[in-house]
Design a binder for this molecule. Sequence first.
Ligand code: ADP
Length: 259
Amino acid sequence: MPADTNILDNPPVDGGELIRFDKVTKRFGDTTVLDGLDFRVDSGRHVTLIGPSGSGKTTILRLLMTLTRPDEGTITVAGDRLFPAPGKQVREVRKKIGMVFQQFNLFPNMSVLRNVTEAPVTVLGLSRDEAEERARGLLDLVGLADKCDQRPGRLSGGQQQRVAIARALAMRPRILLLDEVTSALDPELVAGVLDVLRDIARTTDITMLCVTHEMNFARDISDQVLMFDSGHVIESGPPEKIFGDPEHERTREFLGAVL
Ligand code: ADP
């Protein structure tokens, strides 16, 4: 990892509130996934969402990416409304947020470099030269400087996921959302991806919101762990508290099953 992580060029962290959900309700048909959720994340924090499958963790990330809309409530990012808000404002707020998915979702017909430059050119209006310089720095950061000209299909899953991380960072987001980013990987490829994310968490001020079943990773990178059950935060605290001395019976059961 190069010493110069200014490549991310995040705005200084003021520690203030960056993400705010107020009474957010989300239903799919008859199923209420989130039921009046209040949720806050301060800037620069690394927050991990844990809890049983189906408890609404991914839905929170998808709401922030505007991949789905709440039925009720408001979502605010850096003081600007993401929902409800006019389309132009939503697009501006969205630029502050990057996401890495379980399935890497790279463009298969573009080179690795092009995957990372595409959005900065088309969405942010960077020149191709500027975007390439930024992309090469980020691909170096994730250990893939020598893969710029390859197509994603020729890379391992772990390498593809590291390209996806570089692609998300190329937009210089204030917030990085990570949705079970190692779940689709062969076990021997998991560590390389988590090491890259650990370095990013350690050396940058980017705010991270992470859904993961990798509890050791969660313990390493998180300032705060939120335990979800049925769309509610039932317990939250620093990782040493949640993993070492959980208060809630459901948390103990869940950790007993996954650790
Ligand atoms: P988690 O990330 O905690 O596993 P999710 O947020 O993915 O939970 O899902 C919460 C619930 O919402 C689940 O019951 C899931 O089946 C349901 N759900 C999520 N997305 C959709 C969708 N697009 N259509 C219908 N149901 C959905």
